[in-house]
Every structure is written in C-alpha cells, then in structure tokens.
Write a protein that binds this ligand. Structure first.
Ligand code: GDP
Ligand code: MG
Length: 198
C-alpha cells in the first residue's frame, strides 16, 4: 500500500496564528514579526502514526486573503481535514469560525458536512491576557443555523486543541490526531472515531 497523503487546510481570521502553527509544525520555527502570507501554498510533512503507518500531511495556508473573506475553490478542493483556528485573546475570532466553516462547506462542495472532520484549535495559550476559556472554545455553535449546511451534531462535538504556536505546546498533537483518526477512518469507512483525545 502506498503512502497516504492528506490535504489539510488551516482556516480562521487574519493574525490568529495559522502561518505560525504551520511553521511550528513543519519547521519547528516561530517568528514574532507579522507578515501576511503571500500567495496560498502548501508545505508537507510526514507523520508516523502510533500503528506505524506513514502519512504525508499536505498543509495549505492562506495568502492573507482571509481579510477579503473568501479563498476560492482551488484552495478548498479535495480537502481531507479542515483546521479551524481562533486566537484565545480574541473572542470574535471564535464566533467568526462559523463563517469560515460555512464558507468551507460551500466552496469545497462537501457532500456530507455532518461527518466532515473539522478540528478546532485555540491558539496563543502562552499569553497572559487570555479572553476565551476552553469552554467558550467548545461552544462554537451559532444561536440559529445560518445555512442549511451547518453541521447538526457539531460544533459542540468537534475536537478542540488549545495550543501555542510560539512555544510549540500541543502543536504536534493536532497533526498526530488528524493522521491517526483520518487515515484509520479511511480504512474502516468509519469517520472520526477519536482515539487520541484532544
Ligand atoms: P495568520 O494571519 O493567521 O497566519 O497569523 P500569523 O501566524 O501570521 O500570526 C499573527 C501574529 O500572531 C504574529 O505576530 C505571530 O508572531 C503571533 N502569534 C502566532 N501564534 C502565536 C502564539 O502561539 N503565541 C503568541 N504569543 N503569538 C503568536
Ligand atoms: Mg498567515
């Protein structure tokens, strides 16, 4: 059996730390200077799962177009897993995740949104001025569903990782979780039965 490749997209408001998360995971690097990413692109990294399977993670980052809301079909097409990132110092970045999720489901043309593997990430837990509790992060549910595509079981049941792209805390866990669950799911046809807990 050939090596599996997963296309992973990272979505969320500008400056929540999407590029930093990817750099921390792929290059083990962090830069405090803020540069809007130029041109959407992907970087790959191989992960070995607990049961010894090699998974190549193709991680797509936005080009800073998140400021203009939509990223376009090419960015989303063929996505296996979507990471939704908020900033624990910015409550509005949590509420905006619903918009990102809805846009993703529409643009990526996800046939079965209810079972699509989203992973929620609360970034910047190293800071002292935290404004979003873990509980609040888990409540990404809208008061009223804005579109017919809004997952019914979610967002309450979406896995949530609280991380720091700066210190690296729990960053690898996100991708280990994805590699393990998503690829195991592909084999059993049973989507997302988490065995690595967030
Ligand atoms: P993006 O627009 O979502 O790609 O966000 P960036 O990765 O460019 O990060 C935006 C800003 O937040 C930069 O100044 C980063 O240095 C900073 N940043 C990102 N992650 C963290 C983190 O975990 N902790 C802290 N303290 N700052 C972070
Ligand atoms: Mg960026």
């Amino acid at each position: 059996m050939g090596k599996e490749t997963l296309k992973v997209v990272i979505l969320g408001d500008g400056a929540v730390g999407k590029t930093s998360l990817r750099n921390q995971f792929v290059h083990k690097r962090f830069a405090m200077a803020y540069k809007a990413t130029i041109g959407s692109d992907f970087a790959s990294k191989e992960v070995e799962t607990q049961d010894g399977r090699k998974v190549s993670m193709q991680i797509w980052d936005t080009a800073g177009q998140e400021r203009f809301q939509s990223l376009g079909v090419a960015f989303y097409r063929g996505t296996d897993v979507c990471i939704l990132v908020y900033d624990v110092t910015k409550p509005e970045s949590v509420t905006n995740l619903l918009k990102w999720m809805t846009d993703f489901i529409r643009q990526a043309d996800i046939p079965n949104p209810d079972s699509f593997p989203f992973v929620v990430v609360g970034n910047k837990v190293d800071v002292s001025n935290r404004a979003v509790s873990k509980r609040q992060g888990q409540e990404i549910a809208p008061p009223t569903p804005p579109t017919p595509f809004t997952p019914t079981h979610s967002p309450h049941s979406l896995p949530l990782f609280e991380v720091s792209a700066k210190t690296g805390t729990r960053v690898d866990d996100i991708f280990a979780y994805i590699a393990h669950n998503k690829t195991a799911a592909k084999q059993t046809e049973q989507l997302y039965n988490p065995t690595i807990s967030p």
